[in-house]
Design a protein around this ligand. Structure first.
Ligand SMILES: NC(=O)c1ccc[n+]([C@@H]2O[C@H](COP(=O)([O-])OP(=O)(O)OC[C@H]3O[C@@H](n4cnc5c(N)ncnc54)[C@H](O)[C@@H]3O)[C@@H](O)[C@H]2O)c1
Length: 424
């Protein structure tokens, strides 16, 4: 049994999820924030969060938090919280490499009475069927006798300044009654709006994965509507605005589904579903549709170019936005890359302008060099693909000035909806 004054927390994986968690727990308990990436630890030690989520001031407020990439520093902890990535492979299967490595590391330092809590998004059953055996094997400890587990999924939204860790109800769970209560009380210390104690780890795992799957499907539905309305030459946004005046119409917008949650998590659920003999139909249909939107949008742009007699092979295209969503520096799995890939070898030149993302990181991962600022009267096509506030501030007139007289300006997310007479 761990009493409150003995609590020492080790947080494994300090990305979008792990760092805010470490910051909050570090205000109340001794915390070691551990990450395999030495550069990340170097930055965090000097209070720098490259994700632009945590400010210097917040690092200072977390007085009991230390950072390390040395496993030995985690040895004195008795609560381990794992927040490593759970992506998919190129064949859209769960890639469990990171969670396996984290479990192997923790198993080498696990002691009697320790609790291991998982925050990574997984399929129902992964904690107890995949992680627990790894933890048992190397440590030689018995599950639910010598050590215990919990699962508390993260629901934060990258770079969302309103919905933060502290004000989102946190689902908690544990491997037995005692642990479930312990985990629940632990999170209550940092989540001001309270917690929801699920009846089991599997229930908590399933709840998280369906939240994102539901969102993916709802977006797939409006994406399908936008395809139908395009054919009918109707403006989808105008229709959605009208329909949204009904109290029970759910307001979703069409668009590209990227990032490493919404477009990934449904595959965790469908993988598990297949394992138990059911081949999901609706979930996979939604995924297929959302994954095809990049090519659909590219064809739409191409048609607009043809209508204006703009020759693709002579065209200069400006991409505005490369991150997977608005006002966010995260560009992993951004579907804008699908549109870039479509035009890359077809057009004369292609430039990308996104001041929100880290240009060095983009170059490192994709070999795409971002431009510092667009040229005037230069582009045949301007694609506004991400709803960054920055572009809104820049204003439609400046954007139009980047384009040649005969040009296509494509505003995917209707950022300039009120001024859309200018958008051509
Ligand atoms: N980003 C979100 O908004 C969000 C929201 C809810 C849930 N999630 C889930 O949370 C989990 C983490 O996501 P994230 O966005 O924080 O990922 P991230 O890529 O931002 O951060 C993960 C960190 O873990 C580190 N890491 C990888 N393997 C490690 C290991 N074996 N030991 C120590 N550190 C290791 C990486 O270096 C990286 O810094 C994923 O399962 C994700 O699906 C993310």
């Amino acid at each position: 049994m761990i009493n409150n004054n003995m609590i020492r927390i080790g947080i494994i994986g300090l990305g979008y999820v792990g760092l805010p968690l470490a910051i909050e727990f570090g205000k109340k308990f001794n915390v070691v924030g551990f990450d395999k990436n030495p550069v990340r630890i170097f930055d965090l030690k000097s209070s720098l969060d490259k994700n632009k989520d945590i400010k210097k001031k917040q690092f200072k407020q977390s007085k009991k938090l230390n950072f390390s990439n040395n496993l030995i520093d985690l040895k004195k902890c008795n609560i381990y919280i794992i927040a490593v990535p759970t992506p998919i492979t190129s064949r859209k299967k769960p890639k469990l490499k990171y969670i396996k490595e984290a479990c192997l590391d923790v198993s080498s330092i696990l002691k009697k009475d320790d609790i291991v809590i998982f925050e990574s998004t997984v399929y129902p059953g992964l904690t107890e069927e995949f992680c627990v055996p790894i933890l048992q094997r190397k440590s030689g400890l018995a599950y639910n006798k010598d050590f215990f587990c919990g699962y508390s999924p993260e629901r934060i939204n990258p770079n969302d300044k309103i919905h933060r860790l502290k004000n989102i109800v946190k689902i908690t769970s544990g491997s037995n009654n005692y642990t479930a209560n312990f985990v629940d009380n632990l999170y209550k210390k940092i989540v001001t709006v309270g917690t929801f104690k699920a009846s089991s780890i599997k229930v908590a795992e399933a709840a998280k994965v369906i939240e994102n799957t539901q969102r993916d499907l709802n977006i797939a539905f409006v994406n399908e509507l936008s395809i139908i309305f395009d054919k009918l030459q109707l403006n989808t946004y105008e229709i959605l605005k009208a329909a949204n005046t009904k109290w029970n119409f759910i307001n979703y917008q069409p668009g590209l589904v990227g990032g490493h949650c919404i477009g990934v998590d449904p595959y965790y659920l469908t993988c598990k579903s297949k394992q138990v003999g059911y081949n999901p139909k609706i979930i996979l249909a939604g995924r297929k549709l959302n994954d095809s939107m990049g090519v659909y949008i590219s064809n739409k742009i191409l048609n607009k170019m043809k209508m204006k007699n703009i020759k693709v092979n002579q065209s200069k295209i400006l991409f505005m936005g490369i991150s997977f969503k608005e006002n966010c520096s995260d560009f992993r799995n951004s579907k804008v890359f699908d549109i870039i890939a479509y035009f890359k070898n077809k057009c004369h030149s292609l430039e990308v302008y996104d001041p929100i993302v880290d240009s060095k990181e983009v170059y490192k991962k994709s070999k795409i060099k971002l431009i510092k600022y667009p040229k005037k009267n230069y582009y045949d096509v301007i694609l506004i693909l991400v709803r960054h506030k920055f572009y809104k501030k820049l204003g439609v007139n400046k954007i139009i000035n980047f384009a040649k007289k005969n040009s296509v300006i494509f505003d995917l997310k209707n950022l300039f909806i009120k001024e859309n007479n200018y958008i051509r």
